[in-house]
Design a protein around this ligand. Sequence first.
Ligand code: ATP
Length: 397
Amino acid sequence: MTTVVEIENLSKRFTIRKEKSLKERIVNFGRSQKHKEQFWALRGVDLSIRSGSTVGLIGPNGSGKSTLLKMIGGILQPDTGTVSIRGRLAALLELGAGFHPDLTGRENVYLNAAILGISREQTDRYFDAIVDFSGIEKFIDTQVKFYSSGMYVRLAFAVAVHVDPDILLVDEVLAVGDEPFQRKCLERIRQFQAEGRTIVLVTHGLDQVAEFCDRAVVLESGKVVVDGSPREALRTLRADFEEARLEERERHLAASTEVRTRSQFTGISLRSESGETGIPTLRPGEGLHVAMEVKTDGEPLEGCVLEIGVTTSLGSAVYTTSTELLGTPLPVLDGVQHFAFFLRSLHLGEDEYHVRASLRDAQGGELHHVPVAATFTVSGDGRSLGFLSTETDFVRL
Ligand SMILES: Nc1ncnc2c1ncn2[C@@H]1O[C@H](COP(=O)(O)OP(=O)(O)OP(=O)(O)O)[C@@H](O)[C@H]1O
């Protein structure tokens, strides 16, 4: 397979202007009211994308995903490094990029196609299909500055997929389309994959990455921190999000002057019905014990709720229950106590799963949350795929 996008040592620096504080303005009287600061939105990125692959670019807000996509699309110039592209590229970047606001939808379709090197005659041939796909026929002769963001994206996506690109770049914009249109776009993206075209997708829809991409790149503060399978990338990103959430919570707790009673999990372990512990392997339909130790320091706590859940290895929830949902109130929390949930029969498909656990106070405030408290696997018989296990027969009627 050939390499269609080759990125070497790519960096981008932006200048941000900040308003000066009143004190600084007095000290620098008469000079500019703003001071400039430079920062690297991307730093030393190397990436090589092979033809026919679907790559998801993921990461926290402001990590440099859109900047990288714009540099692949040639819209931003790098400060260091190079981007080499092989093949025709169509890009669906942030709203506002690509279309001229004063031109009508029709004029923009021709303009866009011309920029991508498509002749007027060829565009004439595609035109009806583009308008039909976009579903905004009534507004095709209206200036695009009067379009809603959804209408705008509909037309932009329709153009991008009809100009026969070898490489398609898609930024988060698809999210503004309504559900039927999003589904239509995803179907078209699947068709593109089947045709062996290359797709680079920026998204916050992590489930979408697991579903569509064969590779995922995690950016954090302008650097690539993971480049590998979606499974590996999502695991890292979710763990980093969780770490950031816990840090924020700790900061919040440290800032509050109130003396809090602390109640937390001090141990969570699993045992399969057949007695296996550690990371047990369950047969479909087998039961699972989830035992936990809870330690409470300070005043006893009344009215708390214990919740557990089962998630896939990519973090999607497949099951949740709690002492509240089960109608079995938790006793007053005081000192060290032991509890257990017994999931009597788990009909899960073959895969690895995690158990998450959380403890809430009577007001619903979170006392402790452990997203990956324990892990187990489920074996299968090779007769099905997916997260559900059931006995299926096929008969001729
Ligand atoms: N034209 C610009 N001028 C100055 N700073 C910019 C410019 N474009 C982007 N930035 C900054 O560069 C950083 C990376 O932005 P970018 O849009 O690439 O992030 P992102 O990962 O796509 O974020 P999000 O998930 O929020 O869309 C941010 O701090 C952003 O404020």
